[in-house]
Design a protein around this ligand. Structure first.
Ligand code: GLU
Length: 484
């Protein structure tokens, strides 16, 4: 049996979107499950919109996500024997096949200008006819062609679409799909500047690179009939096709900028973990057997088959991504999480405060905020309370008015030692509760309110240790002055 080989073929016209990342991931999972190969090809024939920076960014994003490929464009060069892997570097290859179709009469020169084509479109529109190329240049005599070429007119090249044919694809996700050739006019395969169009280049590349399965976004389903016509005309065996459904926003509209971050880089910058996105994107349209939703790459690869990929659109659920990210954050050790949070803190207004903490207290800070984080960049939201003067919230002020508060604050003040572990601070407060013969809440709430100005937030023992005895005393005194 032919070895399974897939490809991811982005157009470098922008950053890698969630949809593109999901297509790349499904290809990777499918190939890895079967022990097959993956090719990375850059489809940069849109010269106006393609940029090398985007290509670099896409590759970088895929690496970050944890997708690996065996052949194609890679950081620092190319690998594989079927290159070059950038379409603009393959133009000569495409032209050979364009010539073959011309020689066989399956393609022809078209000299129509933009204006003529536009006029034709308008007429078809006005008379309610289907909009497609009329075939005006399809019957030009050799002499007419020669004259136009001699006059220096640069022709585009059109494929002669067979008439009255039905093309059938057994799509591995969508099932059987059929198309009538009569719905398509003769289409351009190479533009007048000699650059082939996507539908042509993609066929040549997929064949020459030995692709066995084309797994891509549903929006390309409408391109598939043209590609199939070209496979037949060139006598190439077709690959299998699998078109994966659209990704919708929570409002069930096609995912767009309105829905917030759409590119992978944006999620990376916000501090979502690559393994969380890997897991989340895998579940965007694919479902494993069983209930478990937190799965390692190995488990996903082991279970990934196209028959469990949904035909219906996948809905991008940010709450779910947040939950998945939190599950992965939980697994990080204090040290790992601390290292990951550092860049966000160092770039913030708290850089100097963080710099002053020794490793032990930095570790405490990390543990203090860990459970509050959805993504890494959230960390800065929790820093004011550690490093800025307490701002007393209304609830905190109320809590400080309760009966017995002064006794609690005074006792804390008088007996506070210098702790070396959060557990010691916890025990100290517990002992206060016992001694004062009150409910724990009646000790915790006034202390928390007095020290931090808030009735909620990270756990009290962390504060006490991070600040140290002197700072705690200063804060308590300030609160006492305020309420007396
Ligand atoms: N270059 C196309 C895109 O970025 C991919 C086409 C394909 O996978 O066939 O949408």
């Amino acid at each position: 049996m032919k070895k399974c080989k897939v490809r991811f073929a982005p157009s470098p016209t922008g950053p890698l979107h969630i949809g593109g990342a999901r297509s790349a991931l499904f290809n990777y999972l499918f190939a890895s499950h079967q022990g097959g190969d993956m090719v990375m090809r850059i489809e940069d024939t849109d010269l106006d919109r393609s940029r090398r920076e985007y290509e670099d960014e896409i590759i970088e994003s895929l690496h970050w996500l944890g997708i690996k490929w065996d052949e194609g464009v890679a950081q620092g060069g190319e690998k594989g024997e079927n290159g070059p892997y950038r379409q603009t570097e393959r133009l000569e290859i495409y032209l050979q096949y364009v010539q073959q179709l011309l020689d066989q009469g399956m393609a022809y020169y078209c000299f129509c200008t933009q204006e003529e084509l536009e006029m034709e479109r308008q007429e078809q529109l006005a008379s309610g006819k289907m909009q497609r190329y009329s075939g005006k240049c399809s019957e030009l005599s050799d002499q007419e062609i020669e004259e136009r070429l001699a006059a220096g007119i640069k022709p585009s090249i059109r494929f002669r679409v067979p008439q009255n044919k039905i093309y059938v694809v057994d799509d591995l996700v969508r099932g059987r799909v059929s198309f009538e050739s009569d719905n398509s006019g003769d289409f351009i395969i190479a533009k007048s500047d000699g650059i082939p169009v996507y539908n042509f280049a993609v066929v040549i590349d997929d064949v020459l690179m030995g692709i066995s399965h084309v797994i891509r976004a549903e929006e390309h389903l409408s391109n598939t009939p043209r590609q199939i016509m070209l496979y037949e005309a060139l006598n190439f065996a077709r690959p299998e096709f699998a078109h994966i459904s659209l990704i919708l926003g929570a409002d069930r509209q096609k995912m767009s900028k309105r829905h917030g971050a759409t590119s992978l880089v944006q999620y990376r910058e916000k501090g979502y973990l690559p393994e969380a996105l890997f897991n989340f994107l895998a579940l965007l349209g694919w479902s494993p057997q069983g209930e478990e939703e937190i799965l390692s790459p190995e488990e996903i690869i082991k279970n990934f088959t196209l028959d469990r990929v949904a035909k219906s659109p996948a809905v991008f659920d940010l709450d779910k991504l947040n939950w998945v990210n939190q599950q992965y954050l939980k697994k990080k050790s204090t040290e790992e999480l601390g290292d990951m949070l550092k860049p966000y803190l160092s770039a913030s207004e708290y850089a100097a405060d963080i710099e002053r903490l020794d490793d032990f207290r930095y570790g405490l800070l990390v543990e203090a905020v860990r459970d509050h984080l959805v993504c890494l960049s959230d960390v800065t939201q929790y820093m004011d309370v550690f490093f800025r003067e307490a701002v007393y919230e209304e609830e905190a002020l109320q809590a400080l008015q309760e009966e017995g508060v002064m006794t609690v604050l005074q006792q804390f003040r008088d007996e506070l030692p210098q702790f070396s572990e959060p557990a010691e601070a916890k025990d100290f407060i517990k002992a206060m509760v016992k001694k004062l013969k009150v409910k724990p809440k009646n000790v915790y709430m006034p202390l928390r309110s007095a020290l931090s100005g808030q009735t909620h937030g990270p756990e009290l023992p962390f504060f006490i240790l991070i600040w140290g005895r002197e700072e705690c005393l200063r804060r308590i005194d300030k609160a006492i002055a305020r309420i007396s």
